[in-house]
Design a binder for this molecule. Structure first.
Ligand SMILES: CCCCCCCCCCCCCCCCCC(=O)SCCNC(=O)CCNC(=O)[C@H](O)C(C)(C)COP(=O)(O)OP(=O)(O)OC[C@H]1O[C@@H](n2cnc3c(N)ncnc32)[C@H](O)[C@@H]1OP(=O)(O)O
Ligand SMILES: Cc1cc2nc3c(=O)[nH]c(=O)nc-3n(C[C@H](O)[C@H](O)[C@H](O)COP(=O)(O)OP(=O)(O)OC[C@H]3O[C@@H](n4cnc5c(N)ncnc54)[C@H](O)[C@@H]3O)c2cc1C
Length: 647
C-alpha cells in the first residue's frame, strides 16, 4: 500500500509495531536463531527452504492467500511482499514461482492449460520458474539458442541445448528447488523457424525430485546478493515433451504441425512487461525500507556539535543529512504513486488486448521499460546513499542496508538490462516524433513531444518545472532524430546512425521518464490529497515540491539547454530546495513511521522503532560464532607458532 493510500485510509497513523495477534510475524520459528550471515552457502539455502515452506503455509492459513494475485491490486498481497522482507533478508527460492512462473502461465496459457496448471502451481503442488536467459544471451532474445523441434509423428516437441552458450542460466529456483519451468525456446517445425515460444516443462521427478532423463540442472554459484534465490542452469539433451506443453494462448501448433501465428510475435514477451510493471512498486517498498532505517537512525545518532556551546546534535539536523535522506521519502512515494498509475495503464491495455485491440501495447511497453529503469536506477543509488548516511553502522549486515542494496541493484539488470530498456523506450519516442511530424496523433504520454509553441518564460513552480522537463525530453528526441537523419543523409546506414546516436537516445529516454514521473506524481497526490486533512495535504505537497525541485537541480544542464531558465531562477530554486528541507525536517520521522514497516520487516539494528540502536548492535555482534570463545583455535594452530618463529 503506497504512503498516500495509507494516509488516505488511516486518518491517524497506526501505532507501528503494535503486535497484531494472529499475525504471521508472531511465529518466531520464521526467524533465524543465528543470523544467516554466519551460515554456509549451502546452509543458507537449506534454511531459506525451511522458512519458505513455513511462510507459505502460514500465508495460506492467515491470509486466505491466493498466489498469483496481482501484487498491486491487493493490499494484503503487498503486505505479503513486505512480510517476505521479514522472513527473507534476501529473496526466497520461490521468488520466481510467484513472480514469473504463475504469471507466465496466466498470460501465455490457453484457458484449459491455465485451469490445469495454475491450480497446481497456486496450491504449491508444483514449483516453477521462468527460464529465458542463457549463458550466451540475455538481452538479445532473438539470439537465444535453445530449440524446440516439433515431431508430428509423435506429437511431441524435442527440446535441445545445442551449445554450452545455450544453457539456460540465471532463472531463480532453477538449481535445486523447482520441478517445472516455463522455458522460452526457438520453435522449429519441419526445419522452419517460428520464433520464440513458451513451453511448460517438467524438470524433476515429482516424487524423487531427481532431474528427468535428458535434463541437466545445477546452481550458478555465489552472487553479489539474492544468495538464497538458487539461480540455476538448465540444459536439454533431446528432451521430449507432449504437444500440449507449449503455452498456446497466442500462437498454436496443431497436431499435424501446422503453425498458427498469434496476433503479434511480441505477445510471447508479455510476462516481461508484467514483471517490469510490478518492479516499480517493489522499488517503492525497498526505498521505504531503506528510508525508514536511515531516517530513524539519523534521529537517534548524535554526532558532533552545530554550536560549540551546545550538546552533540541529531545528525538529522545537519542539512547535508536532510539533503541525503528526505529525497528518499519523496522517491518512495513517487514510485508507489507511479506504480499504481502504471498498473492501471497495464490492466487497461490487457483488457483491450483481450478484445483484440493491440494499439496501446507499444506505449505500455515503452512506459514499462522506462519506469522500470528509472525506479531501479534511482532506488539502488538512493539505498546506497542511505547506507553511506549511516556511517560505519550502515556497513553492517545487521543494518539490513547492504542486503537492501543487493535487492535493488539486481533489478537494474534482471527483467531487461537498464540501458537496453531505455533504448527500447527511445525507439518508441523516435517513432512518435516521426509520426507526430506527419501530423498523426500521438499516445497520451508522448503527445507533449509535438508541442511546437515558443519556449515560455521559466517559472519556478511545479507547472514550470514539469513543463521544463517535457521541453528537455522533446528537445533531446528532436536532436536525436536530427543527428540520425544527418548521418543517414551522409550515407550511414540507419542502424549505424542509431548506434552512433545511442548515448543521446538513452538520455532522451531518461528525460522522458522523468517528465512522466514528475507529472504523474504531482497529479496523483493532488487527486488523493483532496481527501486528506490540511496538515497531511500540506506535507505531501511539500514532498512533491521537494521531488520536483530536487530533480530540476539535478538536471540543470538540460534545463539550461532546452528552457529559458536563468541564473537567478537557479539561485531561487536552490533556496526553495533548502527551505523545503527545513520545512520537512520536523515531519521526517513521522513520514517514515507512516510507511508502517514493522521491526520484523525492517530487520534492522538501526531502524527499529524503539531506537535502541547501540543495544541491538551489541546483541547482534554477540551472535557471531567467533564470540562463543575468548581464544579462537587458530591462535594455537597458526598464530602462536608463527609468532614464536616456528611456522
Ligand atoms: C517487496 C519486494 C521488492 C523487491 C523488488 C522486486 C519486485 C518483485 C518482482 C517480482 C519477482 C520477479 C523477479 C524477476 C527476476 C528476473 C527475471 C528475468 O530476468 S526474466 C528475463 C528478462 N529478460 C529480458 O527482459 C530480456 C530483455 N530483452 C528484450 O526484451 C528484447 O530482446 C528487446 C526488447 C531488448 C529487443 O527484442 P527484439 O526482438 O530484438 O525486439 P526489437 O528491439 O527488434 O523490437 C521489435 C519490436 O518489438 C517490440 N517489443 C520488444 N519487446 C516487447 C515487449 N516485451 N512487449 C511488446 N513489444 C515489445 C519493440 O517495441 C519493437 O516494436 P517496433 O519498434 O518494431 O514497433
Ligand atoms: C539477480 C538476477 C536474477 C535473474 N533471474 C532471471 C530469471 O529468473 N530468468 C531469466 O530468464 N533470466 C534471469 N536473469 C537474467 C537477466 O534477465 C539478464 O541478466 C538480463 O536480461 C541482461 O542480459 P545479460 O545478462 O545477457 O546482459 P547483456 O545483455 O550481455 O548486457 C551486458 C552489457 O551489454 C549491453 N548491451 C547488450 N545489448 C545491448 C544493446 N542492444 N544496445 C546497447 N547495449 C547493449 C548492456 O547494456 C550491458 O551493459 C537474472 C539476472 C539477475 C542478475
Amino acid at each position: 500500500m503506497g504512503l498516500v493510500d495509507q494516509l488516505v485510509n488511516q486518518p491517524h497513523y497506526t501505532l507501528v509495531n503494535q503486535p497484531r495477534e494472529n499475525d504471521i510475524l508472531s511465529h518466531k520459528e520464521l526467524f533465524d536463531s543465528i543470523p544467516e550471515e554466519y551460515l554456509s552457502h549451502k546452509e543458507k539455502y537449506e534454511n531459506a527452504i525451511r522458512k519458505t515452506v513455513l511462510y507459505y503455509r502460514l500465508m495460506q492459513k492467515y491470509q486466505n492467500y491466493k498466489e498469483g494475485s496481482t501484487i498491486l491490486d491487493e493490499t494484503r498481497a503487498n503486505y505479503r511482499n513486505l512480510v517476505s522482507f521479514a522472513v527473507f533478508k534476501d529473496y526466497p527460492p520461490l521468488m520466481l514461482h510467484n513472480g514469473m512462473f504463475i504469471p507466465a502461465i496466466a498470460g501465455q496459457g490457453t484457458p484449459e492449460q491455465q485451469k490445469h496448471w495454475l491450480k497446481r502451481a497456486k496450491n504449491m503442488e508444483i514449483l516453477g520458474t521462468y527460464a529465458q536467459t542463457e549463458l550466451g544471451h540475455g538481452t538479445f532474445i532473438r539470439g537465444l539458442e535453445t530449440t524446440a523441434e516439433y515431431d508430428p509423428s509423435t506429437e511431441e516437441f524435442v527440446l535441445h541445448s545445442p551449445t554450452l552458450t545455450s544453457y539456460k542460466w540465471w532463472p531463480g529456483g532453477l538449481g535445486h528447488t523447482v520441478n517445472y519451468c516455463v522455458v522460452m525456446a526457438q520453435l522449429y517445425i519441419r526445419g522452419r523457424h517460428h520464433g520464440m515460444q513458451p513451453f511448460l516443462v517438467q524438470l524433476r521427478d515429482e516424487a524423487t525430485h531427481m532431474p528427468l532423463p535428458g535434463v541437466k540442472l545445477g546452481e550458478i554459484g555465489a552472487k553479489l546478493g539474492l544468495s538464497t534465490v538458487n539461480n540455476g542452469f538448465l540444459a536439454f539433451e533431446h528432451h521430449r515433451i507432449p504437444r500440449d506443453r507449449m503455452l498456446m494462448k497466442n500462437a498454436q501448433v496443431l497436431k499435424d504441425g501446422t503453425f498458427v501465428a498469434g496476433p503479434s510475435s511480441k505477445l510471447a514477451y508479455g510476462t516481461m512487461i508484467y514483471v517490469r510493471v510490478i518492479i516499480v512498486n517493489g522499488m517503492a517498498n525497498l526505498m521505504a525500507k531503506a528510508a525508514t532505517i536511515a531516517v530513524r537512525y539519523s534521529a537517534v545518532r548524535r554526532q558532533s556539535q552545530i554550536k560549540p556551546s551546545e550538546p552533540e546534535c541529531q545528525i538529522l539536523d545537519y542539512v547535508t543529512q536532510q539533503h541525503k535522506l528526505l529525497i528518499c521519502i519523496a522517491t518512495s512515494l513517487a514510485f508507489s504513486t507511479c506504480a499504481r498509475w502504471l498498473w492501471d495503464v497495464y490492466t487497461g491495455v490487457m483488457g483491450q488486448m483481450e478484445s483484440g485491440n493491440m494499439d496501446h501495447l507499444p506505449e505500455l511497453h515503452a512506459l514499462a521499460c522506462s519506469l522500470k529503469v528509472v525506479s531501479t536506477m534511482d532506488v539502488s543509488g538512493l539505498v546506497e546513499r542511505c547506507r553511506l548516511a549511516c556511517g560505519g553502522h550502515g556497513f553492517m549486515h545487521s543494518s539490513n542496508l547492504p542486503y537492501t542494496y543487493g535487492l535493488a541493484t539486481a533489478a537494474c539488470t534482471y527483467e531487461g538490462e537498464n540501458t537496453v530498456l531505455l533504448l527500447q523506450t527511445a525507439r518508441s519516442l523516435v517513432k512518435a516524433w516521426q509520426k507526430g511530424s506527419k501530423g498523426k496523433p500521438l499516445s497520451p504520454t508522448e503527445a507533449y513531444l509535438m508541442d511546437k509553441s515558443p519556449v515560455p518564460k521559466w517559472e519556478n513552480t511545479l507547472d514550470g518545472i514539469i513543463a521544463g522537463f517535457r521541453r528537455v525530453s522533446a528537445g533531446k528526441v528532436q536532436d536525436c532524430v536530427s543527428k540520425i537523419d544527418k548521418l543517414v543523409k551522409m550515407g550511414t546506414s540507419y542502424e549505424d546512425a542509431w548506434n552512433q546516436t545511442s548515448v543521446r537516445l538513452v538520455a532522451a529516454s531518461e528525460a522522458h521518464s522523468r517528465a512522466v514521473i514528475l507529472a504523474t506524481f504531482r497529479s496523483e497526490v493532488s487527486r488523493a490529497a483532496a481527501a486528506l486533512s490540511p496538515p497531511l495535504s500540506r506535507v505531501l505537497h511539500q514532498l512533491v515540491h521537494l521531488y520536483c525541485v530536487y530533480w530540476a537541480l539535478e538536471r540543470l544542464g538540460d534545463l539550461l539547454l532546452y528552457t529559458s531558465i536563468a541564473e537567478r531562477d537557479v539561485q531561487e530554486l536552490q533556496q526553495q530546495y533548502e527551505d523545503l528541507l527545513q520545512k520537512i525536517r520536523p515531519n521526517a520521522v513521522g513520514l517514515v513511521d507512516a510507511f508502517d514497516l514493522r521491526d520484523e520487516i525492517l530487520n534492522s539494528t538501526l531502524g527499529a522503532y524503539d531506537g535502541r540502536v547501540y543495544e541491538r548492535l551489541m546483541e547482534e555482534a554477540l551472535k557471531s560464532p567467533l564470540n562463543a570463545e575468548p581464544v579462537n583455535q587458530s591462535f594455537h594452530q597458526y598464530l602462536k607458532p608463527f609468532m614464536h618463529g616456528k611456522l
